[in-house]
Design a protein around this ligand. Structure first.
Ligand code: SF4
Ligand code: SF4
Length: 362
């Protein structure tokens, strides 16, 4: 599972999410989707997966009426969770109208943002129509580190201001970071910053090529050993991994290439209205400008799920721990059946660490 997979927004949400997932298991109900309202961004993060589109010039975005039509179709199809993401979704001047429309239609709406554009108007909007979660990307515990990753002086101060102003309004916020050679030393301090504010923090080492195939972000990955070491330095996270493995190990695996909700319970729509099974899986795709959600969902999004998993992933005991994701494999290796050696190494190291005899100590 990647940090971009649909997932619960914290412990409170987790029980409901799990119950719902069990209820829809085996049924093709698109209960969770992400809408990338734009690929434009006001920052220029070194590792960004939408980097080709991260310019003011990137055009061709759906107009608000087109987004409203899609949101209406999603409601009719039984969708409940919507993530509004980008690029930077708050760059769209009509963001408040799209957001309000989704909320007024009963969706549980989350927003991924870099935080820099959270102004009084957005605070008022979120106060009157509370989001399920606002997730802010924070790439360091200081301006020196964060702004080096974003390439934008002042972005750390703006993100921190947004974090504290949202929390002061009682809005649920979490923090997310990507582990890079540029910011690894800062991560314990970012975790501490999150802990002091009592907000959830997600750290992801799984840097992947841009959606357009630029592989330069891969040069920013830390060694798998360093990633796992950092992760397991937190006893609570180690315990969470142990509990996760204990809860899900031995669960039947049908041997399909995809063992996630991609195209079964989840979907992703890009700024031009192309629908994908999730953000990572680039094929099949279907234009929601030319056709309806229901047509695309029922006609186009079934065949890819019948592919079988390839060795060595089939029956691999570390599959729960490596972040197994055929979409990630395809972006990295141009083939969803060829595992990422990086994720594979992380899976093996995690397995070794969490199954180590406790008598050996930390
Ligand atoms: S640990 Fe490696 S072999 Fe096992 S499932 Fe993950 S990528 Fe495949
Ligand atoms: S293919 Fe599955 S595991 Fe990978 S990002 Fe999509 S939903 Fe997540």
């Amino acid at each position: 599972m990647s940090s971009l997979c649909p997932q619960p927004g914290g412990k409170d949400d987790e029980l409901f999410w799990r119950a719902l997932s069990e209820k829809v298991a085996g049924r093709r109900i698109p209960f969770s989707g992400s809408l990338a309202l734009t690929h434009r961004c006001n920052l220029g993060c070194v590792h960004c997966y939408a980097r080709e589109g991260c310019t003011e010039a990137a055009g061709g975005e759906l107009a608000i009426q087109q987004w409203k039509k899609i949101i209406g179709e999603l409601k009719a199809a039984g969708c409940l969770y919507l993530l509004l993401t980008g690029g930077e979704p708050l760059l769209r001047e009509d963001f408040p109208e799209i957001y309000s429309f989704a909320k007024q239609n009963g969706f549980l709406v989350s927003v991924f943002t870099n935080g820099t554009l959270v102004d009084e108007k957005i605070l008022e909007l979120f106060s009157s129509l509370p989001p399920r979660l606002v997730e802010i990307s924070l790439y360091g515990a200081s301006a020196g580190t964060h702004d080096r990753v974003t390439g934008a002086p002042g972005s750390f101060a703006a993100a921190m201001r947004a974090l504290d102003r949202l929390l002061a309004r009682g809005i649920k916020v979490s923090l997310k970071s990507v582990l890079l050679t540029l910011n690894a030393d800062d991560m314990p301090a970012v975790e501490e910053l999150a802990r002091r504010r009592n907000v959830q923090f997600r750290l992801d080492a799984a840097v992947f090529p841009s959606l357009e195939g630029d592989r330069s972000p891969l040069g920013l990955r830390v060694l798998p050993e360093q990633a796992v070491e950092l992760e397991m330095a937190d006893p609570e996270r180690r315990r969470e991994w142990q509990e996760f493995l204990a809860a899900f190990a031995g669960m039947p695996d049908a041997g399909g290439l995809f063992n996630c909700g991609s195209g079964v319970n989840t979907f992703h729509v890009d700024p031009q209205g192309w629908m994908y099974p999730c953000l990572m899986v680039r094929s099949p795709r279907y234009s929601l400008v030319r056709g309806s959600f229901q047509e695309g969902w029922s006609r186009e999004f079934t065949a890819f799920r019948s592919l079988a998993a390839a060795m060595p992933c089939r029956d691999c005991e570390q599959k729960l721990l490596c972040g197994y994701c055929p979409g990630f494999f395809e972006l990295e290796n141009n083939d969803p059946r060829v595992p990422s050696q990086y994720l594979c190494a992380i899976g093996k190291l995690r397995f070794a660490r969490i199954t180590r005899d406790p008598a050996e100590g930390e």
